[in-house]
Design a binder for this molecule. Sequence first.
Ligand code: GDP
Ligand code: MG
Length: 284
Amino acid sequence: AKQIKVSLIGNPNTGKTSVFNLLTGLNQQVGNYPGITVEKKEGICKLARGVKAHILDLPGTYSLNASSLDENVVIELLLNKKDKDFPDVAVVVSDVENLKRNLLLFTQIKDLEIPTILVINMADRMKRKGISLNIPLLERELKTKIVLVSARKREGIEELKSLISTYTLLPTTPCVNALSFDDDYFERLQKVFPNQSLYKLWLVITQDVNFRKVDKKPVGITPDFQIKTESELKRYQQKEAIKRYQFINTVLKEGMVVDEKAATGLRSKLDRILTHKFWGYFIF
Ligand code: GDP
Ligand code: MG
């Protein structure tokens, strides 16, 4: 029977490996990617009704603008539909305390038009940090399914598993048009390749700049679409990031409330004790 291919993707320290361990238990193995010393972790997860998923715990990455070997592993996989590990579903693991930063990568993954699930991990820390989320609103705006997970408390994993088994129903539409800014480069590019994901084309072209991987060039990319200088590349990437963050800020403004008082409650209690007259007398 076919196994559902799942890639766990996310910034470093969001809890990918913790989620991976809960999904795969003892059914996991660790190796290396061919030719490099980046660790490759994969395992099997049993879903309902005898269905199995193959889970890949990808190296942590901040964005798809590759600058390290680790990040390159992620991009190479996501750009290569023929890779045996190419995901049926991308599970983006984020940390509720760093949601804004984590969502940058999420919006990029969405642009690749792969079925995507957003895991918001470390849910156990929300109360203490005074964070509340409007999940239906976030799901609507980000065009995704969201699972609140606490890997530490082993919560949300069953829900994640059942979402993985229904991956064919997940939306594959991008959530922000990050490459539409005041430059006709992208308009021209889309006109020449009307049926391809603009962002995917862009990644292929810029990966070529970064890594000289000529074999990844889509057939027909003409020299006038090559980015000629590092500074031109940086300028486009910066504009892209600004667009994404504008979108993320707008979404989070409505979808996330941080009650600063609750977040600092613990601290102020401590302050009150320390500055209490009685203690002040003895301590200071
Ligand atoms: P990775 O770098 O994305 O693979 O993240 P890890 O799984 O290695 O976790 C990074 C850190 O976050 C570790 O110290 C974990 O114990 C911690 N962590 C992971 N999941 C949770 C969670 O749900 N709640 C809390 N409070 N900490 C977590
Ligand atoms: Mg890890």
